[in-house]
Design a protein around this ligand. Structure first.
Ligand code: IMO
Ligand code: MG
Length: 430
């Protein structure tokens, strides 16, 4: 029985909520290993809609252990607010079903302020972040001045830790013309939230090691997508963590063999929120139609997502760098009724043709996608549960994508409903 990692293979928002829920129903432990409350995962269970940002998807199902690994940046205030939110929907969150890594980095209010300030100032590169403080918190982790979950367990040591991080932040804040952060107020806020977070703090590496020894099935739940990976994505228009499956090991405290099967979630077209290159973007009526049919608005920030054709060259690159074994193709039904469909297979950049996106390409200027045109279909793919129920052209489209991305389709999701899936390969089954 292999443990499974599920990751987004484009720019996030691949529609992973349903797939993660389907997999987590069959897992014993669900682990988040990177990112923070910049993620927005919508789960629909028995008609109830849950919107999760920081909590692993297993939390809304009884009898699962949910784990927030050390690779996650945890805003303790957002964590407690999200717990209260799901509890108001009748979900119980206790130390029996949620563990938070003691060595996870904390997002503090000053990180969020810095993120907001950078995003709204007129100088510097605007990334279009979720303004949750994700980037600044990871910077402090690498800068070795971050506060971590374990620091909340030792309230007497908080003043010294806060002083230390403020040496750096107040210098920055002065430079940016922000008021200095008040050490006393921050210590007081942390002391107030600490007793609420403390019961969940655990040596997660050990909890997971024990789960593994006991033969439990572990699901690693990625957030964002490979093209937002800080190394392999469209830098600098990325998030500040590694989103590839290899990080499931580092970000949870298990070795490199932690993951047996990597499922990549791939949307049948492409979307992106925030700034950055997007070669197959459509700013015309077709793009509008994709956005409308696909309900492409952000869960976290409500922003309208940019939409475009499927980019096979970019997805192939993502699947390779992330080590994806098979894909779940989502939202195929959004393409129903198009007369013809285009699929990006490469780029023309300054007169050269590439079958991958080279590092360092700028904001789209001078990148011209190379397309293959395919016949669309007039019938419906929605709710299909077998290949036989799909229009012939839709089968052709999926089969062509499979060839171009050099990775098999493990399943096709044909609606937000759990049962509407064409299943080829069960990721948990060797
Ligand atoms: P899920 O898990 C889509 C994008 C932001 C921005 C960049 C950096 O729902 O797929 P950050 O706040 O992380 O510093 O922002 O990354 N971004 C996402 N886009 N889905 C997400 O998560 C995202 N999380 C971050 O829009 O371009
Ligand atoms: Mg999102």
């Amino acid at each position: 029985m292999a443990d499974v990692a599920v990751i987004g293979a484009q720019w996030g928002d691949e529609g992973n909520g349903k797939i993660v829920d389907w997999l987590s129903a069959r897992a014993d432990v669900v682990v988040r290993f990177q990112g923070g409350h910049n993620a927005g995962h919508t789960l629909v269970i028995d008609g109830a809609v849950y919107k999760l940002s920081l909590l692993p998807s297993g939390v809304v199902r009884g009898g699962k252990l949910s784990v927030i690994g050390s690779g996650v940046v945890v805003d303790p205030f957002a964590l407690i607010a999200e717990i209260a939110r799901v509890e108001s929907q009748g979900v119980k969150v206790t130390p029996d079903n949620l563990a938070v890594a003691e060595n996870a980095t904390l997002i503090l209010p000053l990180h969020q302020e810095l993120d907001q300030m950078r995003e709204t100032s007129n100088s510097g590169v605007r990334i279009g972040t979720t303004k949750r403080g994700i980037g600044p918190a990871y910077e402090d982790r690498a800068g070795r001045r971050a506060l971590r979950v374990v620091d909340l367990l030792k309230p007497e040591e908080l003043p010294a830790k806060v002083e230390n991080i403020l040496v750096h932040h107040n210098a920055l804040r002065r430079g940016f013309g922000l008021a200095e952060a008040d050490a006393g107020a921050l210590v007081a806020a942390l002391r107030e939230i600490a007793p609420k977070v403390a019961p969940f703090a655990k040596p997660v590496w050990r909890v997971l090691d024990e789960a593994r020894k006991a033969g439990k099935r572990i699901l690693f739940e990625g957030a964002q997508g490979v093209l937002l990976d800080v190394d392999h994505g469209t830098y600098p228009y990325v998030t500040s963590s590694n989103t590839v499956a290899g990080h499931a090991a580092t970000g949870s405290g298990l070795g490199p063999r932690a993951v047996g099967y990597v499922l990549g979630i791939v949307k049948a077209y492409t979307t992106r929120v925030g700034e950055g290159p997007f070669p197959t973007e459509l700013t015309d009526a077709i793009g509008e139609r994709l956005g409308e049919r696909g309900h492409e608005f952000g869960v976290v920030t409500g922003r309208k997502r940019r939409c475009g054709w499927f980019d096979a060259a970019l997805v192939r690159q993502s699947l390779k760098v992330a080590g994806v074994d098979g894909i779940a193709l989502t939202k195929l039904d959004v393409l129903d009724g198009f007369e013809e469909l285009k699929v990006g297979v490469g780029y023309r950049i300054d007169g050269e043709v590439y079958d991958y996106l080279p590092a360092g390409v700028g904001l789209g200027a001078g990148i011209e996608p190379v397309y293959e045109t395919m016949e669309g279909w007039s019938g419906s793919t929605a709710r299909a549960r077998s290949w036989a129920e799909l229009p012939a052209e839709a089968v052709k489209y999926v089969r062509r994508l499979e060839e171009l991305i050099e990775t098999p389709v493990a399943l096709v999701s044909t609606s937000p409903e759990r049962e509407d899936v064409i299943l080829m390969k069960d990721p948990f089954q060797d």
